[in-house]
Ligand binder design. Structure first.
Ligand code: CMC
Length: 440
């Protein structure tokens, strides 16, 4: 028997049978597309808590079990055995590459790392103390003006080249943001270095002193990039898909996703966590911050805690927490007091009824800042690092959306609660004339 759910409108007695689908994993999904046509009704779901916006074969997460899969591969296995660039290939094309495919992919990415010299001059238009995410959004959007020859979204080769360009150029654009903020000359990509090595070299090398790459730091950053590479239909990714559904230029779509990611409730949380831990400053102040987080009259929330989907420990946070421990043994740049405050705050919160009842656990952003700090990445660059990593997920999701036969422009509806129709009144009929001259 066909799996359906019957929706009955008690007001009119009309009813429809909505098809129900089962994906590879996850809850069954009711197809409500016929609801408006047959019953003249919409569904209301603020925050899209129970709405599947698309079909996707890229990433799966089970929030109750704390499972995250990229193209079916558990994040724990990818974190242990893979590299960020290999994960990019997997997200884009659906399979792990053979050795030859990987070599070709690396070469394609490498040769697309340079950004147009005119574009590097655009950085000068930003104030020296601009937040690097504002520069990232602007420069990524501006990439749209450089590649007219390959912007046919209906051409798979153009789409592929765009994806390679985005993954290739993001580290360069990000490193230039940092160099702009400190007033140092930009460092060009070096084709003899690997993807992460190259990023670190562009960030930290300096004309007046040599820069030596630390393999442990390189591996730690590679791990962070893998863990942030994709995460299903979150706010940033949904923004990319929505902009893309209007057939917007793909670089503009990625810039839109980046602007969304910047929010404190999303990728901006990694920076906010470090501000919070610094503000706590000492273990003895932790209880006071926990009290504030529970107080509904105080807007303060524990940053890096809670997740819309994970109602169990975020598997990415578990991996990063262990990586922090490992780094602590190996690198003297780890801020041990900060890490200790973070662990103690986590311990106390996870014994507290408020957090247990609401299933609020540390998320990916809780410990990632500790690693970025150990790698000497400046605090305002934390969300930029998230954006660099997530670009692979965004462009993979964009490619999947564009080639989806069901693609239509994203156009949600609303429950209108404004005034009923009324007629325009001339100003003299709107009330007494009282001279209100503000600022006078
Ligand atoms: N501290 C204190 N209380 C919290 C927190 C928190 N961090 N997060 C949620 N709550 C409470 C919230 O007040 C609500 O309580 P009640 O039921 O009594 O009204 C309940 O938990 C459910 O919260 P919600 O806001 O309805 O949950 P949501 O799914 O809409 O929001 C979230 C998810 C991630 C935006 C939220 O947990 C949050 O603001 N966390 C802090 C910011 C953060 O760490 N963001 C990074 C998310 S992971 C990476 C990413 O998405 O980029």
């Amino acid at each position: 028997m066909k799996d359906t759910v019957t929706i009955i409108d008690n007001a009119t007695g009309k009813q429809i049978d909505c098809p129900v689908y089962q994906g590879t994993y996850g809850p069954r999904v009711i197809d409500t597309q016929a609801l408006y046509k047959k019953l003249g009704m919409f569904t209301l779901d603020p925050g899209f808590v129970t709405t599947a916006s698309c079909r996707s074969a890229i990433t799966y997460l089970d929030g109750e079990e704390g499972i995250l899969l990229y193209r079916g591969y558990p994040i724990e296995q990818l974190a242990e055995h893979s590299t960020y660039l290999e994960v990019c290939y997997l997200l884009l094309y659906g399979e792990l590459p053979t050795a030859i495919q990987m070599l070709e992919f690396e070469e394609a990415i490498k040769t697309r790392q340079l950004v147009h010299e005119h574009l590097t001059r655009s950085y000068a238009g930003y104030r020296y103390d601009a937040h690097p995410m504002s520069i990232m959004v602007g420069i990524t959007g501006a990439l749209s003006s450089y590649y007219h020859e390959a912007l046919d979204i209906n051409d798979p080769d153009d789409r592929d080249l765009t994806a390679i360009r985005i993954i290739g150029k993001m580290p360069t654009i990000a490193a230039h943001c940092h160099k702009h903020s400190v007033g140092h000359p930009f460092v060009y990509p070096n084709y003899s270095l690997g993807y992460v090595e190259n990023f670190m070299n562009m960030m930290f090398s300096h004309p007046s002193r040599p820069y030596e790459l630390n393999p442990k730091a390189v591996r730690a950053l590679d791990l962070l990039l893998i863990l942030h590479a994709d995460h299903e239909q979150n706010a940033g990714t949904s923004t990319v898909r929505l902009a893309g559904s209007a057939e917007a230029n793909p670089f503009a779509c990625i810039a839109a996703g980046m602007a969304t990611l910047w929010g404190r409730a999303h990728g901006g949380a990694n920076e906010a966590v470090i501000h919070m831990l610094n503000q706590i400053g000492d273990r003895k102040n932790i209880l006071n911050f926990i009290k504030r987080a529970k107080d509904k009259s105080d807007p303060f929330r524990l940053m890096g805690f809670g997740h819309r989907v994970y109602k169990n420990y975020d598997p990415r946070a578990k991996i990063i927490r262990e990586a922090c421990h490992d780094l602590l043994q190996e690198m003297d740049t780890v801020d041990q007091p900060l890490f200790e405050i973070a662990m103690e705050l986590e311990r106390i919160a996870l014994e507290d009824e408020y957090f247990l009842k609401r299933k609020l656990y540390p998320n990916v952003d809780y410990y990632s800042g500790i690693i970025l700090k150990a790698l000497e990445i400046p605090l305002p660059m934390y969300t930029v690092m998230f954006a660099v990593a997530r670009s692979a997920g965004w462009i993979s999701q964009w490619m999947e959306m564009i080639s989806d036969a069901d693609r239509r422009i994203g156009r949600p509806r609303q429950l209108y609660t404004g005034p009923v129709r009324r007629d325009y009144a001339p100003v003299e009929l709107r009330g007494p004339i009282t001279a209100v001259l503000r600022n006078s």
